[in-house]
Design a protein around this ligand. Structure first.
Ligand SMILES: Cc1cc2nc3c(=O)[nH]c(=O)nc-3n(C[C@H](O)[C@H](O)[C@H](O)COP(=O)(O)OP(=O)(O)OC[C@H]3O[C@@H](n4cnc5c(N)ncnc54)[C@H](O)[C@@H]3O)c2cc1C
Length: 418
């Protein structure tokens, strides 16, 4: 029997691990709770009605249709028997393995802030993005239907967390309100809409240079987003956001983009966890004491050459996936493992139409339209499958020329109240 490889998670890490095993003499089972891969960097476009769900999600079975050594299982991993080398799933028999790759990603972290779970929208899955879009559109329709002026905060949006996700959501929602909703709802309601971005640190985009942070702040402010820096969120209620400095921001829509923590699979595995719940891994990305188990991507505490934990972004997951595929192949050939070296390809954040911040290695910075073109090109290249790429391109081109957003339909099942 050929060695069995189980890969948990069809995110950037898992997909690249499986693809890297294409020619290896192994049988791979890829297990994911969903039957699709989510391109998380574009979720904010779904939330702001720029793209639809199938522009950013792609069926896993379709991706591996031509790779003969892969079988796909849609199931949630619920437990591990590491000694017996089996993974327990919520549907079907446990999955036995000779090699295991844990690539189950991260989940939104509330950092114990009261009210986040009850009152905020996370931004981590297609469901999160669709729920936010639906809630905003439905609230607007209800206000437009009612005879009274909207209550305080009824149409206000507060985004908590000024990292790339928070900046992108704030820029995209402001653009949606200014360019699309203002024309859809020409009466009074639009004057009541406002977008506020809250960041506990004293600057936005803390992992970027100070110059880029300043640029992001200036651009968002110019476009109408109110930015609150230097104060954290104390707690949330149904009425709004209470800041640590005592201020209150009335808002019925709160987006929580303050950070992530390793997914529950990390704790369920019983393996050693580091800061943020991430699984401890050795230099070759295998788990200490379990050479047959690897962890990659957001769920792993892999370190860069400087010894610091790698950021929870797509490239460490992609490169980690390719690396573990090579390690498994080397083991099968009787060769020793080699350490993982991460190649930093830079960071990007878009602030809306015509404006993105791209920081490349060696201090190269692309801002404004050039940065935006670089961002757009890279995301299109990375998107799975030709159909998605064509869809996204058409939608973007249409939005760009007409300032229209196609993905703002409210199906009956989408409405919050009867
Ligand atoms: C809104 C947003 C915007 C982002 N923007 C950028 C960006 O611009 N650039 C960038 O580089 N990075 C960005 N990131 C981060 C990037 O998306 C992640 O770092 C990357 O997806 C991590 O890949 P991964 O394979 O580790 O995990 P993921 O891509 O999260 O995949 C994990 C997979 O595991 C599955 N899974 C989880 N638990 C289970 C279980 N119990 N059983 C079975 N399956 C399970 C999930 O369904 C999922 O498919 C963004 C993230 C978000 C949320």
């Amino acid at each position: 029997m050929r060695p069995r490889v189980v890969v948990i998670g069809a995110g950037f890490g898992g997909l690249n691990a499986v693809k890297g095993l294409r020619d290896a003499p192994v049988d791979v089972t890829l297990v994911d709770a969903n039957n699709f891969h989510t391109f998380q960097p574009l979720l904010y476009q779904v939330a702001s009605a720029g793209l639809d769900v199938d522009d950013v999600a792609y069926p896993v079975r379709g991706i591996f249709r031509r790779q003969r050594n892969v079988s796909v299982r849609m199931a949630r991993v619920t437990g591990f028997d590491l000694d017996a080398r089996r993974v327990v799933v919520d549907r079907g028999d446990p999955l036995p393995y000779d090699y295991l790759v844990i690539a189950a990603g991260a989940v939104s972290a509330d950092y114990g802030v009261p009210g986040v779970r009850e009152h905020a929208f996370p931004m981590k899955s297609v469901d999160d993005a669709v729920r936010l879009r639906r809630s905003i559109l439905d609230r607007l329709e209800r206000v437009a239907a009612g005879p009274d002026a909207p209550a305080e905060g009824e149409l206000s949006v507060v985004i908590c967390g000024g990292g790339p996700t928070g900046v992108e959501v704030a820029g995209a929602l402001q653009e949606l309100f200014d360019k699309v909703i203002a024309r859809d709802f020409p009466r009074t309601e639009v004057a009541m809409i406002d977008v506020t971005l809250v960041e506990a640190a004293d600057r936005l985009l803390g992992t970027f240079s100070h110059l880029s942070s300043g640029r992001a702040l200036r651009t968002l402010t110019r476009r109408g987003v109110a930015v609150v820096l230097g104060t954290g969120v104390d707690h949330l209620t149904a009425e709004g956001v209470h800041l640590a400095d005592g201020r209150f921001l009335p808002a019925r829509t709160v987006v929580w983009a303050a950070g992530v923590t390793a997914g529950p699979v990390a704790a369920e595995s019983g393996l050693e966890q580091a800061r943020g719940g991430r699984l401890v891994v050795g230099s070759d990305l295998s788990v200490p004491g379990r050479p047959e188990v690897f962890a990659i991507g957001d769920i792993a505490a892999a370190a860069g050459d400087d010894g610091q934990p790698l950021p929870q972004v797509a490239q460490p997951a992609i490169q980690g996936g390719r690396h573990v595929a090579r390690q498994i192949t080397r083991r099968l050939d009787g060769l020793p493992g080699v350490p993982f070296h991460y190649h930093d390809k830079g960071s990007m954040a878009t602030i809306g139409r015509n404006e993105a911040i791209t920081e490349l290695p060696f201090g190269v910075r692309l801002w404004g339209f050039v940065g935006w073109l670089a961002w757009l090109g890279l995301h299109l290249i990375q998107l799975m499958g030709f159909r998605n790429r064509a869809n996204v391109l058409v939608n973007w081109a249409w939005n760009y020329v007409t300032y229209d957003r196609g993905a703002r339909l409210l199906a009956e099942a989408d409405r919050e109240d009867p």
